[in-house]
Write a protein that binds this ligand. Structure first.
Ligand code: S5P
Length: 264
């Protein structure tokens, strides 16, 4: 399906070019699934990417979780993602001052050289975004930042006032592609969408087709409810990589999210 027809106002209003890249991949494959590939080795990562690549629209990583990291082994992960037209989304959750965040975009993992998208917390002030963007500038690349406006974990400290400040910061920055919202609560997603408007993406973790509650304080909601409430991408980890049949699971999440977008 054509991306502009599938996404409507979101296609017309989102200014960041990477939001259009995501919407195009999603429309081509019929999926709003962002795989949270929380696996401990590059071999497992490459394997799951090739298995579920046709059913996902972006790849979220935690590079510091990988036990056999090297520039060479990571390049295999990057190449696998690119072969399925997936953007690389490093969920680094930057939270330091701008200058340090810029430096942390380099370092051993050199996130700036392969990640298209990263997450950041708003807690240290608005300059963290320019610090991250300066990291991409240092290697002549462009990327986009997702600010954590809400979280899925119970007892988190992201109050309503914090969410509002985060949205104000994001609205003022061309580098901010969108926000992370709480996928376990359709009410919180609707409220977030109301405040964000059409001009930015909202992606939501805390989504599972079956589990009521995750481990260690994770909360879950249904992927269809999240999309209908205004999410543009569901971040799914355990529901896919923890399944006995990851391919069938990825397809089920893809179908549920695409149908929900069509009904929206
Ligand atoms: O509030 C949040 C924000 C994020 S980015 N809650 C989350 O769970 N996440 C991430 O989403 C988390 O780091 C993990 O990679 C994924 C959820 O994984 P699952 O296995 O619970 O689906």
């Amino acid at each position: 399906m054509r991306a502009d027809e599938a996404w409507g106002a979101r296609w017309r209003s989102c200014a960041h070019p990477l939001s259009h890249r995501f919407m195009e991949t999603a429309a081509e494959k019929g999926t709003l699934v962002v795989l949270a590939a929380d696996l401990g080795s590059t071999e497992e990562l490459v394997s799951i990417i090739h298995q579920v690549g046709p059913h996902i629209a972006a790849l979220k990583t935690h590079v510091d979780m990988v036990e056999d990291f090297s520039q060479e082994s990571w390049q295999e992960v990057v190449d696998a993602a690119h072969s399925h037209d997936l953007m690389l989304f490093e969920d680094r959750k930057f939270a330091d001052i701008g200058r340090v965040s810029q430096t942390q975009m380099g370092g051993i993992y050199d996130i700036r050289s392969w990640a298209d998208i990263v997450t950041a917390h708003r807690v240290s002030g608005p300059d963290i975004i320019d610090g991250i963007a300066a990291g991409w500038d240092d290697v002549q690349r462009i990327g986009g930042v997702f600010l954590l406006a809400q979280m899925s974990s119970r007892g988190n400290l992201l109050s309503e006032g914090y969410t509002d400040e985060t949205i104000a910061t994001g609205a003022a920055s061309p580098h901010v592609l969108g926000y992370i919202g709480n996928g376990s609560s359709p009410d919180e997603i609707s409220s977030l969408r109301g405040k964000v408007g059409e001009g930015k993406m909202i992606w939501t973790p805390g989504v599972n087709l079956s589990a009521e509650e995750g481990v260690l304080g994770q909360r879950y909601g249904h992927p269809s409810d999240a999309i209908r409430a205004g999410s543009d991408g569901v971040i799914v980890g355990t529901g896919i990589h923890g399944s006995d049949d990851p391919v069938a699971a990825a397809k089920a999440y893809a179908d549920a999210t695409w149908a929900a977008l069509m009904s929206r």
